[in-house]
Design a protein around this ligand. Structure first.
Ligand code: SAH
Length: 344
């Protein structure tokens, strides 16, 4: 019989299994805390349970691990990039970032991605599979074990499109925020999407407190169609409408991500058009000079990005330039995994 991946179970799902085993419900609370508060890696460590019960748990469940295949530590700041191997041999990436306000991790939600954004390394080899809730959680737990400290916030901005793995991402958020386990507030979580509109509406209900970040990258449908194929399914006005509803329902200001790419979306007319479509919205624009990837000729300049920000601010739009952490360690999304696949 295949073992059940216990880290992917919500509190209630775990309780159902415990009841099926003929054990009292309160055992759930003990096990859930061992898994998500104390982050044990084996049932034998659950010392508040009888030896016999621990042995029975071992026959029914498994506590998965991720293997750290590569660990790149920046010599400029405290950024660490992990290349993890999953139990089926696939690779994913996680980035550990230290800011003055605490530690943040950037998590992957899928192996590969099917969204096809032209400037993104994660999408080049296509989509392999969704990550389970446990595999998303484990990216945090393994990094915390390795670093010997805890994280303060999470960004779902690694490999994959979180809203294309909606159910598992919601299940992950539920386990993460459950007070009987880790109890992390979703106010410390940011989810970044390329704009899967129907799921943005669902998210407003299913993940109270979360910050939504939308990858916009162009103010016009023509150009956005070219660099982000998802725009052919959900165009800019549909994305903006969803962002407005998200703000109205949650009170959380939406962030728009904009990778500034020379000769593509960085001209003054792009700033004017961007200001035009965002006018009157409660939002924030996060700019970044595009990170070059080997397979494409896109490039970004800091000076262009700074100018873009200044022009945007003249319109009264709040904008920041994303700090580039770990610039010496290939911190751009999906590059480490690409290299690992190519080098076998
Ligand atoms: N699929 C989600 C989250 C993963 S990508 C999304 O699209 O939002 C996280 C962010 O990095 C997105 O804003 C994405 O557009 C951006 N990104 C991807 N490749 C990049 C690159 N080469 N340079 C700059 N930003 C990039």
């Amino acid at each position: 019989m295949e073992l059940i991946d216990i880290l992917s179970l919500s509190y209630n799902e775990l309780m159902e299994e415990i009841i099926l085993m003929g054990e009292p419900k309160f055992r759930t609370k003990q096990i859930f805390a061992w898994l998500h508060e104390k982050k044990v890696t084996s049932f034998s460590e659950m010392t508040t349970l009888s030896l016999q019960f621990r042995e029975r748990l071992e026959k029914k469940f498994c506590i998965n691990r991720l293997k750290i295949v590569k660990r790149l530590a920046s010599s400029i700041d405290n950024t660490v990039k992990y290349l993890y191997q999953l139990s089926d041999g696939n690779y994913i990436e996680t980035v550990w970032m230290e800011y003055h306000h605490g530690v943040s991790v950037c998590l992957s939600t899928q192996v590969g991605c099917r969204m096809g954004c032209k400037f993104c390394a994660s999408t080049i080899a296509g989509f392999v599979r969704n990550l389970t809730p446990g595999e998303i959680l484990l990216q945090i737990y393994e990094a915390e074990r390795d670093m010997g400290k805890s994280i303060d916030s999470i960004v779902l901005m690694g490999i994959g499109e979180p809203l294309d793995n909606y159910d598992n991402v919601i299940a992950f958020l539920k386990i993460l925020s459950d007070q009987r386990g880790r109890g992390m507030s979703l106010r410390h979580v940011t989810l970044s999407t390329c704009g899967i509109v129907p799921k943005i509406y669902e998210l407003a209900n299913d993940a109270r407190g979360i910050t939504l970040s939308i990858s916009l990258h162009s103010p016009t449908d023509d150009k956005r169609n070219e660099i982000m194929p998802v725009n052919r399914s959900y165009n800019i006005s549909q994305v903006l409408e969803a962002a407005k509803v998200f703000f109205k329902e949650t009170g959380r200001r939406v962030t728009f991500e904009y990778a500034v790419i020379e000769d593509i979306n960085s001209a003054e007319k792009d700033v004017d058009a961007l200001a035009g479509i965002l006018c009157g919205m409660q939002c924030h624009v996060n700019l970044i000079p595009v990170n070059p990837i080997a397979e494409r000729s896109f490039h970004g300049k800091r000076s262009t990005t700074v100018r873009f920000k200044e022009l945007l601010e003249k319109y009264g739009i709040n904008a920041t330039i994303r700090r580039t952490l770990g610039s010496d360690i290939e911190a751009a999304c999906g590059q480490l995994r690409r290299n690992a696949i190519e080098n076998g």
